[in-house]
Design a protein around this ligand. Sequence first.
Ligand code: GLY
Length: 567
Amino acid sequence: MYSLLRSVLNRKAPAWGLFVLLLALFWVLPLCAKPAAPPKAAIATAHPLATEAGHRILQAGGNAFDAAVAVSAVLAVVEPYSSGIGGGGFWLLHRQADDFQVMVDGRERAPLAADRNLYLDPQGQVIDGLSINGPLAAGIPGEPAALVHISDKYGRLPLKQVLAEAIEIARNGFPVDEHYRRMAQWRLKPLQSDPAASAQFLVNGEIPETGFLLRQPELAETLQRLAEEGHAGFYAGELAEKLVAGVKAAGGIWSLEDLQSYRVLEREPARGSYRGMQIISAAPPSSGGVVLLSMLNILSQFDLEAVPDLTRRHLIIEAMRRAYRDRASYLGDPDFVEMPIERLIHPFYAAGLARDISLEWATPSSSEAPERREGNDTTHFSIIDREGNRVAATLSVNYPFGACFVPPGTGVLLNDEMDDFSAQPGVPNVYGLVGGEANAIEPGKRMLSSMTPTFVETRDGVAVLGTPGGSRIITMLLHGILSLERGEGPEAWVSVPRFHHQYLPDLVQFEPGAFSEQQQAGLATMGHQLKPLSSTFGNMQGVFWNRESGEVSAASDSRGIGSAVVQ
Ligand code: GLY
């Protein structure tokens, strides 16, 4: 700029110098002058009590990272069917001051005593239910370590202050709602069969009435210990001993070493672009970012605006099919397996995948896999603070109420995330997902996930979004991003009617209203096998900061009971 100024001030300067300076003044400078921070903060979570807790932490001077810890902890108390300190998750962070982005990996790990045959009978067949109910289904939790890590490294307020509201709600109770009752109904039998889980989540072995104040005093004590002692409060000492003793007494294989050696990892997010938008998303051990980028890369080979609506839907399904096929073939824990990630998310590779898509016919998936039941378990929240810091976090105990097992005296509901491994390569898990060797069980390995917390940087703004929903998470993100690309806001991203294909089973699952009768007939003629679902799925939480207009907006999916605030 200095040399340019000099040349312009020089009377002999060529006219183009003046032209470039004017261009800089009128075009480049206004771009640089885009606000570095939004005028308001926004939070969207799956439960109003969590949204309120995050809001209060921001009001108390905390940043988005403090709010994320508070929200995670409250969700752990009020949505025990979705996430918890007996589970794990991925927290995608953006720090505005230095444009730093990282994925905090608090994913569960396989116990050190686990091996690839853990869930097989002597004939090599998968034993039904063993990776879903009871302590053998539980990976070593990562959420407590992640909360301490995020608070210590990125937060501003003391952990004690940030966890106070979750502790208070665990101690004094929260009112049971219809959604809690539905989830408890789904998992009633396994909840009833564990005395500690039954005592914590049921009343005399039955589902509590709507409005019943559900108190969890042992969970409150455990959270208090975490607040006071940090990482060691969960992974060492008296609590760790109780966790291991409870797991072992009920047939599990945890050891103290499993807990003592658990570490949070910081990973470089998966990155790519789609039609001028930058996508920043979850990296392995989540398959989310890679599969999402792969679908977007395939779709970028087509002009979706120019093709008939039916062809557009067909192309989206075919992109889903191909990206999920690669998920099954290649993805696992990056600390254990070599994965061709660069290739999988490269536009040239996608161009190859797109070339064999017929505009008229569905490509059959190579083999059949049985269908399995799907749940809206797992949870997601999105936050942006007034400094422009942002958090997209997706957290899970896997199936509703996880393993339905609480080690006595801890209040910690354990996850059943071990089911996200391939119990036997090629055999589908509870989501009907098949996995390969890359996701076989190994001691200390993290199981492959579909959780996809995501940031999207558009030409004029910044989006934070994600959703629960098992194997359907990644295709829901695709629908949300395609909506964003059409210029729509968070209310539209979270509401768009959803359809899903995951390679196997070879079915297009869709929500009521996602396809008209005519579209269904058209897709069937192309060779797609359609599976209408009787209910909706997903629970997306999104926030958007429009840097051009300064407007901040947020939305919580009306399919759930969550809430969004702009403050
Ligand atoms: N347990 C769900 C996921 O990680 O994908």
